[in-house]
Design a binder for this molecule. Structure first.
Ligand code: PAF
Length: 282
């Protein structure tokens, strides 16, 4: 695997490959890789000839300095995993390389309600920073396909809108969330859970599964099911629920009778670690 730290080096290398008509697949990450990331590289390998992964802990998408300072880094292990899965290029830029003129976002894209609700409400500025770096990365790598996980449900809707607004040719491919045996969604943050918090964390996916079962009951009422989910989760001592919501799966608007596809989304803090998860309900 080629490890490149400079934008110019990535652009020059990929330009040569594009001239040969090779399809480029891209998996952007913040490192601390787990099986979920690796499955994205595998999808890329199945669908594209050249596979690029980036590792960059993006400062502008952290609204909480403590979260940024404590974000796990496991670079040696990440490189080993990427080599094992057959990744071709790892882009490993510095902050200076990605933000040579500082963090000011001159061309902020307006995502409207989609970026203001849920994560947008609880992590102000998060999606602006995320979109800022994803746009930069897409303009450097110019992938034919971009691979992301359903775990970050709101993020993938915003990236899809970003690609449309910028009129990029990249196709966004979303892969299902990978889960641990007990149902906990895989996340880089899971390594920060202490044993007690790790045990409790399973209640997030259990509640989502409970909601999915309840919504299919002929007499179910969306509002009641949502309340049940939120109350169930908050009922556990040690779980601090930020939100538990059932929304329109395409727009994240609160549900009405027209909403055909529903998604339940949750954010909760357990043992000081903020976790998110979601489940499409139909
Ligand atoms: O999902 C992530 O890991 C990050 O938000 C991303 C897309 C790599 C941008 O920093």
């Amino acid at each position: 695997m080629l490890i490149l730290k400079k934008i110019e080096a990535v652009e020059n290398h990929l330009k040569q490959l594009k001239k040969r008509n090779l399809k480029i697949g891209f998996v952007p990450t913040m490192g601390a890789l787990h099986a979920g990331h690796i499955s994205l590289i595998e999808s890329s390998r199945q669908q594209c000839e050249v596979n690029v992964c980036s590792i960059f802990v993006n400062p502008t998408q952290f609204n909480d300095k403590n979260d940024f300072d404590n974000y796990p880094t496991t670079l040696d292990k990440d490189i080993e995993m990427l080599n094992d899965v057959g990744c071709d290029v790892l882009f490993l830029p510095s902050v200076k390389e990605m933000y040579p003129e500082g963090f000011v976002n001159k061309n902020k894209v307006d995502f409207g309600f989609l970026a203001k609700t849920l994560e947008g409400e609880h992590r102000p500025g998060h999606f602006d920073g995320m979109a800022q770096i994803v746009e930069k990365l897409l303009r450097i790598v110019k992938p034919d396909k971009l691979f992301m996980g359903q775990k970050d449900y709101q993020q993938q809707l915003i990236v899809s809108k970003l690609i449309k607004k910028l009129k990029l040719k990249t196709v966004l491919v979303i892969s299902p969330t990978l889960r641990e045996k007990d149902g906990l969604a895989m996340s880089s943050r899971n390594v920060r859970l202490n044993p007690e918090a790790r045990k409790l964390a399973v209640e997030i996916s259990r509640t989502l599964k409970g909601v999915k079962a309840a919504i299919h009951h002929p007499k179910s009422n969306i509002q009641q099911v949502q309340e049940w989910g939120g109350k169930r989760l908050s009922g556990f001592k040690g779980i601090e629920t930020e939100y538990f919501e059932i929304r329109n799966a395409d727009t994240l608007e609160p549900v009405d009778l027209k909403s055909k596809k529903l998604v339940a989304l949750v954010a909760a803090k357990i043992g000081g670690v903020r976790l998110i998860d979601n489940m499409v309900l139909n």
